[in-house]
Each structure stands twice: as C-alpha cells, then as structure tokens.
Ligand binder design. Structure first.
Ligand code: UDP
Length: 328
C-alpha cells in the first residue's frame, strides 16, 4: 500500500487517483486544513477496493504520523502535505518551517522507525531561486529567495541525508502546475487563489477585471514566462518515480515541466479562447518576487523515468474551465 500525505489536496488527490487507476492501493493522510472532503469522496467512490482509507492527522504531531505506520503494510510514501504560498511564507515563515520542515522530519522519522524505504516528494522550482540560466536543469544552484522555497530545499536535503536510514527518495521539482481531471471529478480549489489560470477563469463572466502583474519584463511580450505542467502529467510522473524506486533506483531529483514556456499574455489568450468571450484585464505593477523567466529542462525525467508530458496548455485550461464552471 502507498501512503499519500496531503492526498485530499489539489495535486495529491489527482495523484492518488492516478495511483489507484494503475492498480495501487492507497491510503490518505491529511490534516484537512487545505484538503477537501470532496476529493476524498471521489477517491473512495471511484476505487472502493483500492482506497484503503483516510487518516485525519497533522504531520507536526509526531505521534499521529508514527501511529499510521503501525500494523500497516506501507511500502512507500508519496508526500504532498505542505503549505505552498510564497507570499504567505514571507509574512509568516515560522508556519512554513514548522509544517514543511518539521512535518517532513516527523514523517521521515516515522518511516525510518517503521522500515519504510521509499518516498516520492513534492518539491518545487522555487528551490532554485532566481535563475542563473534557462532552461533550468537539476544541477542549477539552489538558492531559494523565499521561505517556501527554503523549506522545500531543507526537506530535500533531509531526505537525502535520511538515505543513511535506508530511505530512498525521488524529489520532484514542479514548475507551474495547472489543469484538472479530464473527467471533471477533481480540480483546483485554493482559498485565497493566487495562481494565474484559476484567477483568469474565476473572473470570466463576472464583470470583474483580471489583474495582470508586470508588463515591463524583458521577455517577448513584456510579461513573465512560466512553464505550465498539466496536473495529470504530473500525477503520471509520481507513478513513474514510484516504479523507479521500486526497481531499485537511487535517490535523485527530477524537474517536472515541459521544456517550454508561455507568457502571462499568452496564457490569458488561451483562457479567452477556451472561455469564448473577452475577459476584462487591468495591467498592474509587477508582483514582488516574480522572476522574468522560469522554464524547466526536463530531459532527466524523460530519460531516467521515461516520462513525457502529453497535455497542451489548452488541454489544461479547458479542463480547469470545465471544473470552474461545475463549481459555479
Ligand atoms: N499572475 C498574474 N495575475 C494573477 C496571478 C498571477 O498576472 O492573478 C502572474 C504572476 O505575476 C506570474 C505568473 O502569472 O508572472 C504565474 O503566477 P502564478 O502565481 O500562477 O505562479 P508562480 O510562477 O508565481 O508560482
């Protein structure tokens, strides 16, 4: 059985679904601070035999996570549970260190005690900080510029050091995750929402304006370039990383992106096309801490894990739009 921490959240739930689709048994551990009951209901409904249940608990509580491993046959952990908002991490770093670093420490300790030797970890391009070159490969220096990125980097380091206790890790560094389940069962629900695509789609048809942050960057149209990776392709990468570890693969890190990028204006254009009507836009000053270009070199994930992203940006936006409409 695979333990998915944060399995009631956006990326965790898509991944739990994909794992079960591929025949894995899954158990979810989630505090439900950010996760949704809806996601758990979908997992239980779609795979009543493979969904081995849900434990509500907080990784900051050492006893709570340690008890999950007792008496259960857990082969590996896929670890999503974390806070992930950059701006919030700058306002309240302690919250991030306690949860993302402290929580991961408790999880790894419990794994070591229980003799569980494989973890696939949800890391981020934010561990690289301001790009020194682009596209970013895995040997690019890691100098995070905000507490969120710093906590994820610390968790990565801890994980490699815990190799000493027999834990092998695949650390997956996501670029910009987007989209929703193609069958409309799951999608993104953050509150507050800070991400580009859901923010554009949320304004569609409401009469409100979408705020476009920064139009004076040194890029092809003045707006920031990001590498948008579809959440279903991302889920697939976790499955492949699990198989890689199962086959004896050594601890390693992998960038998950498309090797390409879209500007904010281009994404906005795709959103308008999918929605089928003009969306009012207001050009605003730059948002603090946004680098001009963040694009992944994904060749390592392709060659080592055999992964390749399949969805286009338009696929991701169409599914995100279907999800958004279903919630109105
Ligand atoms: N962005 C924007 N308006 C929004 C949200 C985001 O213009 O309401 C821009 C943001 O400044 C950045 C890009 O969209 O250039 C991607 O931002 P997002 O928060 O989705 O991801 P990030 O790259 O910050 O992780």
């Amino acid at each position: 059985m695979i333990l998915v921490t944060g399995g009631a959240g956006y990326i965790g739930s898509h991944c739990a679904l994909r794992l079960m689709e591929s025949g894995e048994d899954v158990m979810v551990f989630d505090s439900m601070e950010l996760g949704t009951r809806h996601a758990l209901d979908v997992l239980a409904r779609e795979f009543p035999d493979r969904f081995k249940g849900f434990v509500q608990g907080d990784l900051k509580d050492r006893g709570s996570i340690a008890s999950v491993f007792r008496g259960r046959d857990i082969e590996a952990v896929v670890h999503f549970a974390a806070y992930s908002q950059v701006a919030e991490s700058m306002r309240d770093p302690r919250r991030y260190y306690e949860n993302n670093v402290g929580g991961t420490m408790n999880l790894l300790g419990a794994m070591a005690d229980a003799g569980v030797g494989m973890i696939v970890f949800s890391s981020t391009a934010a561990t690289y900080g301001e790009p020194e070159y682009t596209p970013i490969d895995e040997v690019h220096p890691q100098h995070p510029i905000n507490p969120y990125g710093a906590t994820k980097l610390m968790a990565e380091r801890m994980m490699s050091d815990y190799g000493r206790y027999g834990i092998r890790s695949a650390r997956l560094r996501y670029f910009n995750v987007a989209g929703a389940d193609p069958e409309g069962r799951l999608g993104e629900c953050h509150d507050p929402e800070t991400h580009l695509i859901p923010n554009v789609l949320k304004t569609a048809g409401t009469g409100r304006e979408f705020s476009m942050f920064g139009t004076d960057y040194d890029t092809r149209d003045g707006t920031c370039v990001r590498d948008y990776i579809d959440v279903n392709d991302l889920a697939e990468a976790h499955l492949l990383a699990l198989r890689y570890l199962r086959e004896g693969g050594a601890s390693d890190c992998f960038n998950l992106g498309t090797n390409g990028g879209s500007t904010v204006r281009e994404v906005f254009g795709v959103c308008q096309k999918v929605v089928g009507e003009p969306i009012p836009v207001r050009e605003c000053p730059r948002r603090e801490g946004d680098p001009a270009v963040l694009v992944a070199d994904n060749r390592k994930a392709k060659s080592v894990l055999g992964w390749s992203p399949r969805s286009t940006l338009e696929d991701s936006v169409s599914r995100a739009w279907a999800w958004e409409r279903s919630r109105r």
